[in-house]
Design a protein around this ligand. Structure first.
Ligand SMILES: C[S@@+](CC[C@H](N)C(=O)[O-])C[C@H]1O[C@@H](n2cnc3c(N)ncnc32)[C@H](O)[C@@H]1O
Length: 253
């Protein structure tokens, strides 16, 4: 067992005895892009990703796993028009929003499946997984799936929510931001329109508390990623301290 052994550190054990996830991604889908438009932290992740992508030379095959409403694939499709994109998303509501958003692009294959049942071949040069790993079952196996789906030397751009979602903290932060940008009435209006987001974020929090969703420190995520066959090229804490961003390279198995 290696120094980074997942079993030794027991970092996945919280999920034992899981019950079904409570987050209703379908209900979330309709309001999800309010987040994109009004959350500066979300915007900053998108900008950071675009900066990362611009340093690469158009990876030929890119997978967006748990791609949600397609905001990351939209950047990929714009910056890498010659790449083949495989969009893997189990929720039909999220997938539908993404398909409409990306309908102008003919270089995207949509797969309505969770990573655990995705039929994607192992030909990816880049895998993008943003805020979806924590919601998947058996993260150790899912990271191994991502490693298998990459060519040796391929890259994984991983952002994952690791810390428990403090819904009041986010509400205060976002309301303060919206009030500065749109005034009190504007902030109230946007909050009302996006009330489903607050509800689903509270569901995410309870799924984290009961162990359905994985919570981790940056070190625990790094250990899991190394154990799955990656070397870590870059790691930072993002999303107001709630998430970890790792850029990793697939090593020879
Ligand atoms: C918070 S959203 C993130 C969406 C998108 N990556 C983004 O950052 O805008 C999490 C996504 O993970 C998806 N998801 C949940 N379980 C999954 C699984 N087993 N495999 C792949 N994706 C999953 C959800 O359906 C949802 O669309």
């Amino acid at each position: 067992m290696s120094a980074h052994s997942v079993e030794n550190n027991n970092i996945f054990s919280k999920g034992e005895g899981r019950r079904a996830a409570q987050t209703d991604w379908q209900a979330y889908a309709a309001a999800y892009d309010l987040l994109s438009a009004h959350n500066p932290e979300y915007q900053s992740l998108l900008t950071g990703f675009e900066g990362f992508l611009s340093q690469l030379n158009g990876p030929p095959v890119i997978y967006d796993i748990g791609g949600g409403t397609g905001n990351y694939s939209q950047i990929i499709a714009r910056c890498c028009p010659n790449s083949q994109i495989r969009f893997i998303e189990p929720d039909s509501g999220m997938l539908g929003v993404a398909q409409r958003k990306l309908s102008d692009h003919d270089n995207i294959i949509f797969e309505n499946a969770g990573l655990e049942s995705a039929g994607a071949p192992g030909d990816a040069d880049l895998i993008v997984s943003i805020h979806s790993l924590y919601a998947m079952p058996d993260q150790e196996d899912r990271l191994a799936d991502m490693r298998r789906m990459l060519r040796p030397g391929g890259l994984l751009y991983l952002v994952d929510l690791g810390r428990e979602m403090n819904v009041s903290d986010w509400r205060r932060y976002l309301f303060g931001h919206l009030r500065r940008e749109h005034g009190l009435l504007g902030a109230c209006r946007i909050f009302w329109q996006g009330r489903e987001i607050a509800k689903q974020n509270a569901n995410i929090r309870s799924s984290q508390e009961d162990g359905t969703y994985w919570t981790h420190s940056g070190d625990e995520l790094a250990t899991a990623v190394r154990d799955a066959g990656f070397e870590i090229l870059r790691q930072e804490v993002v999303y107001r301290g709630y998430s970890d961003l790792l850029v990793c390279r697939a090593i020879d198995l």
